[in-house]
Design a protein around this ligand. Structure first.
Ligand SMILES: [Zn+2]
Length: 328
């Protein structure tokens, strides 16, 4: 359950524009919410719908308690319609169905709101159908089209919408949101350092594969630090079997980079920046083996390895070389 105060922190510009529409009592017929996954498009759409229907609204803020607010929360408000891809696309029949629903007058009011999720996935027929709908707006209808890539949508649809650009979230915000979603502080820090996509971060948090990446990186460091002779063995028997695709390998190297950044953080007493917060003991030990300078060199080496993997050098070769370069 979101409030405008929260949404303003998440997406200041988009939230302000929508809030202003209540102040000026000028709600558009159609909005295009454009931004990458996890930037809060859906939450904002739900909140906006609530503000439109709430019977006790104060300025833009809905009360969250009235019948209208509650029915939106439970997903069964009769005048709020959702259209989502049916399989790979949004089909013409879905838009026709929506239009049909709209020809009946509103159950309790004349207001109607519809939200099209992944609007860029509309088929050409569906797009043309929706365009017709947008061209003859009734006073009381508001459309919100949500998309990650508005460029692929019909210009004629885009031009009928007020565009709201959703910005990528900054790491501190992501971390905060992840903790709110029940992710542990240490995981939240790691995930927020790897992606600015909230949904992706949540998926990674649930992913056992990713949990093992973290473990493997710590094991690799232990080997490099204490049993350098076993480095290549570890790479071939433990590391490589876990990273079968190049994208996976990049992810692993990203986490490895965070580790060496943390060694530097440890050297300069920048505790607040440390990502591996639960590994303080290990970090201290690593900082004794890797000076600040050599940790910085390791970072450069990992970056080089990432570049080579992009250039299609054989991952096994890249990792073996890297291991020799990193060990102490
Ligand atoms: Zn309310």
């Amino acid at each position: 359950m979101q409030t405008w105060t929260e949404m303003k922190e998440l997406q200041p510009l988009a939230a302000q524009m929508l809030m202003n529409s209540f102040k000026k009592d000028r709600i558009s017929h159609a909005y295009l919410f454009q931004g990458s996954r996890g930037t809060g498009k859906k939450e904002m759409a739900v909140l906006f719908a609530k503000s439109i229907f709430c019977s006790n609204r104060e300025e833009a803020e809905p009360c969250q308690h009235c019948r209208e607010c509650k029915r939106i929360d439970s997903g069964n408000h009769p005048d709020l319609h959702w259209v989502e891809p049916d399989g790979q696309s949004i089909k013409k029949e879905q838009i026709l169905h929506l239009q049909k629903e709209f020809t009946y007058t509103g159950m309790e009011s004349n207001r109607k709101v519809y939200i099209v999720v992944d609007a860029d996935k509309m088929t050409t027929n569906a797009s043309n159908r929706l365009l017709k709908f947008l061209e003859e707006p009734s006073k009381q209808t508001t459309a919100m089209l949500l998309t990650e890539s508005g460029q692929t949508m019909l210009d004629t649809i885009r031009s009928r919408c007020q565009l709201l650009a959703f910005q990528p979230l900054n790491p501190a915000r992501i971390e905060e949101r992840l903790v709110q979603e029940g992710v542990s502080q240490s995981n939240a820090k790691l995930l927020a350092s790897l992606t600015n996509n909230l949904d992706e971060a949540l998926e990674m948090n649930e992913d056992e594969w990713f949990a093992n990446v973290r473990k493997l990186v710590i094991q690799l460091i232990e080997v490099l630090q204490n049993k350098p002779n076993e480095g290549l063995l570890f790479i071939n028997h433990q590391w490589m079997p876990h990273f079968k695709e190049r994208a996976h390998m990049q992810r692993g190297l990203d986490v490895l980079m965070l580790w060496f950044q943390d060694v530097i953080n440890d050297h300069v007493d920048r505790d607040e920046a440390v990502v591996f917060v639960t590994e303080k003991e290990r970090l201290n030990q690593a900082a004794m083996k890797w000076s600040r300078q050599s940790a910085a060199q390791c970072l450069t080496k990992v970056l080089e390895a990432k570049r080579k993997i992009n250039q299609n050098v054989h991952p096994n070769l890249v990792m073996e070389q890297l291991t020799l370069q990193l060990q102490r």
